[in-house]
Write a protein that binds this ligand. Structure first.
Ligand SMILES: C[S@@+](CC[C@H](N)C(=O)[O-])C[C@H]1O[C@@H](n2cnc3c(N)ncnc32)[C@H](O)[C@@H]1O
Length: 496
């Protein structure tokens, strides 16, 4: 392996402040709905811990802006829920959150009132009750009775209302509800049927050029994604890693990807614990590989990742850089995420800086015109990774776009300043929204005084990867490639 140095984080700006410690399941102060701890009244059965954990996770998402993937594991531990019960609670939580908009439309019709007019704890309980009725193989009696018990423990006076609403929901199956409520407008219909906001449906349809295909992409968002590992090149082979894990298989496209069989905690895998592999979607691996493989002439030693946190792509790029005797500067503006980058790249030739990537030319560690390869994995709406974040589609708003696209363009222009003439920049988003992809690239290039040319990214992707379009940029999709919807544009700085 080439030059190795420990992952470093530049001193003062990072190390003077302690890293806030908050356990993954820990909720903000005052977060938990203590009403759940009330004993059941009137000899009613206690709430079963799996449903209690699911309710509490859904409520924390809506009440505290928590993230389900962070809050649920702690709740399962706290309530002692494991095995099949944990799988039940996970499906109930993630499914209820993904389907929120559609469940709300059905609950509103069954309750004959807008969901905004239902007390929040009752509304969240009804969501998980309706999800059991319409999406899971839970008997109607059990789904209604357990949810009414839950509501009684939360808001005793609302138990009768919850019972009436859920009985009405149970009168029809999901298909019949959708048939009854579906609007005539095709986008609004797709939004209801596939449980996404209409602006996201429009964004997918624009990027794909077809509402029919967008519906396949929306459907793919509603399935739990497989867990992919990245076998770090030079440290462990993909096939060796796959062979060491029961049921794991080599990924379809990335030379480093391993697909885990369901279940198990990736953090417990020895190769992950000792830094020879990390968890990373295959699409993220592919776009990092495009940057590393893009043809350049001249030196190939100084690589830059301008938006590195939490360090997934920096981990892969650092391992690739080590094989070539190159080194990577990894920049991250958020303090605690910079610390994550340093941890993720420990032992690799990666120098982590807690700085603003737009400060190229101002920050002494970010000089202009010297880097051979530069990655801008830009902050974005994340609409391409909705499979992983069940609540994200309802939280994101079109109003998030203007500040994000402004930042994306500024970071990309900083990358143009950082790269040397003849070097390459990869601009990546985990969003297919065209304002964040094609338009951000075109606008950044148009407003830059530095000459850059778009380079066809497709030759640097595996030939087996289907449907990469007409170039020069590439948009991956869950329903086409089984990856997150990553976008990549490759640009080369002109000689001037
Ligand atoms: C899409 S994430 C990057 C993911 C990362 N490359 C990986 O593979 O793990 C974007 C990151 O950019 C960071 N960021 C946002 N604004 C920034 C800025 N002005 N300079 C540097 N980093 C920034 C965010 O905090 C976030 O960690």
């Amino acid at each position: 392996m080439g030059a190795r140095s420990p992952g470093r984080v530049r001193g003062a700006r990072l190390l003077t402040r302690p890293i806030p410690r908050r356990g993954p399941g820990q909720r903000p102060a005052g977060g938990r709905d203590d009403r759940l701890n009330r004993p059941p009244r009137g000899g009613r059965p206690a709430i079963d811990p799996a449903r209690e954990a699911a309710y509490e996770a859904v409520a924390a998402v809506h009440r505290d802006d928590a993230y389900a993937n962070l809050v649920l594991p702690g709740l399962l531990r706290e309530t002692g829920v494991t095995g099949r019960d944990a799988a039940f609670a996970t499906e109930l939580t993630y499914g209820s959150l993904r389907q929120t908009g559609t469940l709300d439309a059905i609950i509103a019709a069954a309750a004959d009132r807008a969901v905004e007019r239902i007390d929040p704890p009752v509304r969240d309980a009804l969501r998980i009750g309706a999800y059991q009725l319409l999406h899971m193989r839970v008997g109607a009696h059990a789904a209604v009775a357990t949810t009414v018990d839950l509501v009684r423990s939360l808001v005793p006076g609302a138990a009768g209302f919850a019972n009436a609403v859920l009985r009405r929901v149970a009168e029809s199956d999901r298909a019949a509800w959708l048939e009854r409520l579906a609007p005539a407008d095709p986008v609004a219909r797709a939004a209801l049927v596939h449980a996404h906001p209409a602006w996201v449906v429009n964004a997918f349809a624009d990027a794909l050029g077809s509402l029919d295909e967008a519906e396949l992409a929306l459907d793919a968002d509603n399935l739990p994604p497989p867990v992919h590992l990245c076998a770090r090149p030079g440290l462990i082979g993909r096939d060796d890693l796959a062979a060491s894990l029961r049921g794991a298989t080599a990924g379809r496209y990335s030379p480093f990807a391993v697909v885990l069989a369901g279940g198990g905690d990736p953090a417990a895998i020895p190769a992950i614990r000792d830094g020879r592999a990390h968890v990373q979607d295959e699409g993220s691996q592919l776009v990092a590989e495009v940057l590393a493989q893009a043809a350049i002439t001249g030196p190939d030693e100084r690589w830059l990742d301008l938006c590195a946190g939490p360090g997934g792509k920096a981990g892969l790029l650092g391992a690739l850089a080590a094989q070539r005797g190159a080194h990577l500067t990894a920049v991250e503006v958020t303090h605690h995420r910079a610390a994550l980058v340093a941890k993720a790249t420990d032992g690799l030739p990666v120098y982590t800086i807690n700085a603003d990537g737009r400060d190229v030319g101002k920050d002494p560690d970010l000089p202009e015109g010297v880097f051979d390869r530069v990655l801008v994995d830009a902050p974005c709406t994340g609409l391409g990774a909705l499979r992983r974040r069940p609540e994200a589609r309802w939280r994101r708003q079109p109003s998030d776009l203007p500040p994000l696209t402004k930042l994306q363009r500024e970071l990309l222009q900083a990358a143009f300043r950082a790269v040397r003439p003849g070097g390459v920049v990869a601009y990546v988003t985990c969003s297919p929204h065209q304002a964040e992809t094609e338009v951000s690239v075109t606008e950044a290039a148009r407003r830059s005084s530095i000459e850059v040319d778009l380079v066809d990214a497709r030759p640097y992707l595996p030939p087996s990867l289907p449907e990469t379009g007409t170039g020069p940029t590439v948009q991956l999709w869950p329903h086409r490639h089984g990856t997150d919807a990553m976008f990549i544009a490759l640009l080369r700085r002109g000689p001037g």
